[in-house]
Ligand binder design. Structure first.
Ligand SMILES: [Zn+2]
Length: 439
């Protein structure tokens, strides 16, 4: 089936950063076939033609870091010091179940799709449930079973998690939309042996490895005192830093760390919203970019970042990074949009297929309407996206050519039903911990 979207301002994010102020796109099944200026458009004989009504058409956004199963924890004790150890970890261990992960993931993915995210990288528990939910929601997903020494809601023992992770990887190899990964939790919550075994799986199956690195002040102190090294230098010493690594956060970095990350072609998932909300600091993205490191954007989980869209991250990124560098010209809007699109694809090494709108690439496409009050006037569509837009402007979304959001609504799902399913799961927990806190 051929689909054309006409009468749109097209941001391609190709290597020339081409923009078509009056453009069109055409795709057949899952692939983009034509893109360009409207004057070159000829309607094919059999084609669904969509009038974009002067909206902004852009590549689907890429979210490099999340924990989709954590919707039940969103907004719980947000301002509490050491919230992770006081609330999140114990509640997660006591209450999380496969059914709850499944229901939460579908809900979280609804929010992402409605906000224009077409590819997400996730690390959580019961990851087979996450994969089932991702397939139900028709999103492109990189999913890693999380491995943690102290045991989690799914396995008491990290070696059991590793077995499950290997099975999961085998199950989803060669899936069109799901890419299995491996996700050791962090540098301080996994032993050296567990980290190395996780990395072995990444190498054996050639799948991405994603984990939290250089996020916590106590983490830096621990590695300095114990090994006189930074966490990244230590991970490199273990052989874990390579081109399959997507390192979430990287707030604390030194020159040696930049050199290692660049030298090994490892990437960074920068989560500005989550990091600043938790007052953890601002990752040195200017230096990362100057060192040639690939940096994409992540929302982090709903408990950490609360909002699950990349457009919010665009604005936060601009605000914080321009401010700490005291330079409004730093990171022009187009470079910020690149981080949420093509650079995310580069971090996952799939920029050959997604991340920009180009003939031959996958039809992962987002249309933002420009009729809302905040979307007028438009001088520069990048500027509109970064400084004026919000996720509620997303009106249409395609993943691999399939329309998943139309007229700002999920096409195949009902949000009310998804919420009810999730609420029922939250209310059926053994220890009633969610009920205790809910209003
Ligand atoms: Zn995280």
């Amino acid at each position: 089936m051929i689909t054309s979207i006409i009468n749109v301002i097209v941001i391609t994010m190709n290597s020339e950063n081409e923009v078509f102020p009056d453009g069109f796109i055409q795709f057949k099944n899952d692939k983009i076939t034509l893109i360009g200026d409207r004057k070159d458009y000829v309607k094919p004989a059999e084609c669904e033609e969509i009038d974009g009504k002067r909206g902004i058409l852009m590549p689907g956004m890429i979210n490099l870091h999340s924990h989709l199963g954590m919707i039940p924890f969103r907004g719980l004790q947000d301002d509490c010091v050491d919230r992770l150890r006081k609330f999140l970890l114990p509640m997660e261990k006591a209450e999380m179940s496969p059914e709850l992960v499944y229901a939460s993931t579908k809900y979280a993915l609804s929010e992402m799709l409605l906000g224009g995210i077409t590819t997400v990288m996730d690390m959580y528990y019961f990851e087979k449930e996450t994969a089932r939910a991702a397939q139900d929601m028709s999103i492109r997903a990189f999913l890693g079973e999380t491995i943690i020494d102290e045991g989690a809601c799914d396995f008491e023992n990290p070696y059991e998690s590793l077995e499950y992770a290997e099975e999961f990887i085998q199950q989803y190899q060669n899936h069109p939309l799901i890419t299995p990964c491996i996700a050791p939790h962090s540098t301080t919550t996994c032993s050296e042996d567990v980290l190395c075994k996780a990395h072995e799986l990444s190498r054996k199956y050639s799948v991405p490895l994603t984990m939290h690195i250089s996020e916590m002040d106590y983490e830096i102190q621990y590695f300095m005192e114990k090994y006189q090294m930074s966490p990244i230098a230590y991970m490199n010493h273990l052989g874990i830093v390579d081109d399959r690594l997507v390192a979430a956060h990287c707030i604390y970095m030194n020159d040696g760390d930049f050199a290692i990350m660049k030298g090994k072609n490892a990437s960074v998932a920068h989560c500005i919203g989550s990091n600043t909300k938790a007052a953890k600091g601002i990752a040195p993205v200017k230096d990362m970019i100057e060192h040639g490191i690939t940096v994409g954007l992540g929302t982090d989980g709903p408990a950490s970042g609360n909002t699950l869209d990349i457009i919010t991250q665009f604005k936060l990124f601009a605000d914080f990074h321009k401010n700490i560098n005291r330079d409004r010209s730093l990171f022009p809007a187009s470079s910020i949009v690149a981080m949420g699109t093509i650079n995310g694809a580069k971090a996952l090494h799939i920029d050959e297929y997604i991340g920009s709108l180009e003939a031959g690439k996958q039809a992962d496409i987002v249309l933002l309407e420009t009729e809302s009050v905040n979307m007028f006037p438009i001088y520069d569509p990048y500027s509109t996206l970064v400084y004026s837009a919000n996720s509620s402007n997303v009106s249409m979304v395609f993943v691999a050519g399939k329309c998943v959001v139309k007229d700002k609504k999920l096409k195949e799902h009902n949000l009310k039903d998804l919420r009810e399913e999730l609420m029922n799961q939250m209310m059926q927990r053994e220890n009633n911990l969610f009920q205790e806190h809910l209003l």
